[in-house]
Write a protein that binds this ligand. Structure first.
Ligand SMILES: *[C@@H]1O[C@H](CO)[C@@H](O)[C@H](O)[C@H]1NC(C)=O
Length: 283
């Protein structure tokens, strides 16, 4: 705001200078015999005036430009310095680790559908920026052929592999979790190609990439993904689909069409609050 008050004060002083130059050229008319000298003086005076005028004019313009620049740089500095404060100081004072949230499911299980639909997805929509989400699967590793046995058969194993491939290829939960929910809504149809294609299309997932992942190395790659995931669930002591774990502890279990083992409640709000609380804790 100071710049605005400087501008008017420089402008009047400049004009004052040009006005004060005017009285310095009278008296010449009385000396008739020296008209030429008088004329010359007048011309010189006029030239001098013009010189002063143009110089002052230039000065004024330069003053104006300088002030404009100052004003601009001050205004552009203000948001800039605010931005630097935000980016530098905020992460230093509150650096949050994402909270581990995990859902252990089987692809052809109605409890997985209810669990994702009623709890995990709506909660994730509210806290996905604060969470490191993992989708894991429940099954039994078979020692004989490095395979996995799935409760609802080979079709479920293939469904699990497709969902794991989606997670691997599209790590953003908004993609792979949405895709998994889409399949799970019609879990009886897993692993029909039409269902997988429809859900892939709906969630901007490349079906060919998914297919490539599931069939890579004659399917060995997909099976190894599933084995790793199944071992992870087993190491966490998880046996029921669907088990929701928060911060590596059981948060809630959906089994046989009802919630159980939910010490902090089974509502979306309960899960959101628990995530917020863990996210805000001192690390
Ligand atoms: C998220 O969790 C996975 C395990 O599910 C882990 O490998 C990964 O490092 C975690 N990422 C972050 C950013 O904590």
């Amino acid at each position: 705001m100071d710049e605005k008050t400087i501008l008017p004060t420089t402008a009047p002083t400049a004009t004052n200078q040009t006005i004060s130059a005017t009285p310095s050229e009278p008296n010449n008319k009385n000396q008739n015999g020296r008209d030429r000298h008088a004329l010359r003086r007048i011309l010189v005076a006029l030239c001098f005036m013009m010189l002063v005028w143009t110089l002052c004019g230039l000065d004024m313009e330069m003053d104006l430009e300088d002030d404009d620049d100052d004003a601009l740089s001050v205004w552009s500095l203000d948001p800039l310095s605010l931005a630097t404060i935000n980016t530098i100081t905020v992460p230093q004072t509150v650096e949050h680790e994402p909270v581990a949230l995990e859902a252990h499911i089987m692809s052809k299980c109605p409890d997985a559908r209810d669990c994702l639909r009623e709890l995990v997805l709506p909660a994730m929509q509210r806290v996905y920026t604060k969470v490191n989400f993992t989708l894991s699967f429940i099954g039994t590793p078979t020692d004989s052929d490095d395979g996995v046995a799935c409760k609802h058969g080979a079709e479920e194993c293939l469904g699990n592999i497709i969902e794991l491939c989606a997670q691997k290829l599209y790590p953003d939960p908004k993609s792979f979790l949405g895709f998994t929910m889409c399949l799970t809504k019609n879990y009886e149809e897993i692993p029909q190609r039409s269902l997988i294609e429809d859900c892939a299309l709906e969630h901007a997932i490349d079906f060919d990439k998914l297919n490539e992942c599931a069939t890579k190395d004659d399917g060995a790659y997909g099976i190894s993904l599933l084995r790793e995931s199944v071992k992870r669930s087993s190491a966490a002591g998880v046996t029921k689909s669907c088990t929701v774990r928060l911060d590596n502890k059981i948060f809630c279990i959906r089994d046989g069409g009802r919630w159980s083992d939910c010490p902090h409640g089974s509502s979306v709000n309960d899960l959101v609050l628990a995530v917020e609380k863990l996210y805000g804790r001192e690390q």
